[in-house]
Design a binder for this molecule. Sequence first.
Ligand SMILES: [Fe+2]
Length: 311
Amino acid sequence: MRSVPATEALPTPRDAVSAANARPAVRAFFDPRTCSLQYVVADRSTGDCAIIDPVLDFDERSGAVATHSADGILAHVEQAGLRVAWILDTHPHADHFSAAAYLKAKTGAPTAIGEKIVAVQALWREIYNLPELPADGSSWDRLFHDGEVFRIGGLEARVLHSPGHTLASITYVVGDAAFIHDTLFMPDGGTARADFPGGDARRLWASIQQILALPDDTRLFTGHDYQPGGREPRWKSSVAEQRLGNAHVAGKTEAEYVAFRKARDRLLPMPGLILPAMQVNLRGGRLPEPEDNGRRYLKIPIDALPGAAWE
Ligand SMILES: [Fe+2]
């Protein structure tokens, strides 16, 4: 297995300028089942890449798991002659399973997520009453802290802690590209919800402001696109576009945004896969261990979460 690269020393000012000017190749993969965006971000000169937020397919009606999405990413990696240096998640997703563990098994590349994942694990271990669910971050090879810098080939990647949607969410800033997951969606899609356990609308506002403070032409790659009005999927915007035109944020004060977000979240049903997905994603995308009959099972807590949509 490829060894985990050590954290790079802080860049010199000259390095920082060249790193900020770096324009990595970004390829997006849209999963229509969950409206999720998965990315491959690559150093054009070395061919090293990171896979961000890969999806493990799950059909909740039949309980079947498949690797169509992840295999599509691997096919691209192979076709483009890339080498996978990292498998990254921005946060523990509530709407799909992470393919991080599957891709690690296929490529040997290290997995990583934000260090606050341990608090999310502790929170959900209680909700599930699963004492065997690890709550020490050991399900990943690396836990990133706020401000940490690491390398994808010759590219500098910087971690911003972006809590609000979850308390562990992080943004990856790679050259002029930022992978902003569930903070801002496309400008016409607004922003992510902040009502999951550990979520917080005020912290989401602060995280969004930090993203909007990046250079105007930073390419922003969102984690979901719910195709407002039935338009084609889109995923790339810029800081300038978001600042001017984000449907939930532009022209609002913090207090207005927080009131809006909380009122809206009260009306949103829980995502269909939140209870199965958190159980897998808090294990780094690993399914629960098989029982004595060789079959794996997921556990569904009854009446643990508010937000039932009966209508
Ligand atoms: Fe999410």
